[in-house]
Design a protein. Structure first.
Length: 72
């Protein structure tokens, strides 16, 4: 069951993919397709980090607390 996101840590939003007519295919220094790929890679990294934070926040508070062993 997915956990709800933390209110102070919103999920990253994916960048908008450029339309087919937004690239002029003339080798621009700042090509919209290349910039989109860079933004997409940064988004994917931010999303993984966000997911890890969400999982850590949802972990039970007792995680890491040792339970006493039964004596024989």
């Amino acid at each position: 069951m997915p956990t709800p996101p933390l209110p102070h840590d919103p999920q990253p939003q994916a960048p908008s993919k450029p339309g087919n007519d937004e690239c002029c295919h003339s080798g621009c220094t700042f090509c919209v397709l290349e910039m989109y790929q860079e933004d997409l890679a940064a988004y994917e990294e931010a999303l993984r980090a966000w997911q890890q934070r969400q999982q850590a926040a949802a972990a039970p508070a007792t995680q890491g607390i040792k339970t006493p062993r039964k004596r024989a």
